[in-house]
Design a protein around this ligand. Structure first.
Ligand code: GAR
Length: 200
């Protein structure tokens, strides 16, 4: 069984997609052992509660400085003892100490086809605003491993989504979620769960 912690900051629709995929049996050999939010008001925490998953908040605002927060975040992860850390709309830069402790065991979902519209400053709606401003006809989502860079780690899965005339950032964001993110994030976790099972 692959034990995962899901890190969230907002609505948590990607978390919901993982929960639903486990419940309907599409995602096997996987257990969500905890959810960590940096935002106490994240609706994702409600989703965790509704699914019977322990959710906690570790907010940078509760600590004297970034170093203290980074340590608390690592401690929170370690308490859950996960095999894999899944960043599902987690808008916090992952500290070096966490990358070192979980090297090759952190994945992230990004709402574009990397290497387009990624890196510092590209998150959430801003990614879709940039795609529309550039006038691309195809966008999508990417699941990748997390390394020290921003959106630079090895790619696990990508899925393309069409940009349509009249799209607003909000409409495009929703289509990218429905047609790509909610599919490839659970599938990527499933791939890793399968590999973990086969090598054990
Ligand atoms: C998702 O679109 C995710 O790809 C994006 O934030 C949204 C979170 O939505 N992540 C990034 O932009 C990371 N750079 P959710 O809370 O409903 O899953």
């Amino acid at each position: 069984m692959l034990k995962i912690v899901v890190c969230v900051s907002g609505g948590g629709t990607n978390l919901q997609a993982i929960i639903d995929s486990i419940e309907n049996g599409k995602l096997q050999n996987t257990e969500i052992v905890g959810v960590i939010s940096n935002n106490p008001n994240a609706y994702a925490l409600e989703r965790a509660k509704n699914a019977g998953v322990k959710g906690i908040c570790v907010s940078p605002k509760s600590f004297a400085d970034r170093e203290e927060f980074n340590k608390a975040f690592l401690d929170a992860l370690n308490d859950f003892n996960p095999d894999l850390v899944v960043l599902a709309g987690f808008l916090v830069v992952i500290p070096k100490i966490v990358i070192e402790a979980y090297r090759g065991r952190i994945i992230n979902i990004h709402p574009s086809l990397i290497p387009s519209f990624c890196g510092t400053g590209y998150y959430g709606l801003k990614v879709h605003e940039a795609a529309l401003a550039r006038g691309v006809k195809i966008t999508g989502a990417t699941v990748h491993y997390v390394d020290e860079g921003t959106d630079t780690g090895p790619i696990i899965m990508q899925k393309a989504v069409e940009v349509l005339d009249g799209d607003t950032p909000e409409i495009l964001q929703r289509r990218v979620m429905e047609q790509a993110e909610w599919i490839i994030l659970p599938e990527s976790i499933g791939l890793i769960a399968k590999e973990t099972k086969e090598t054990k």
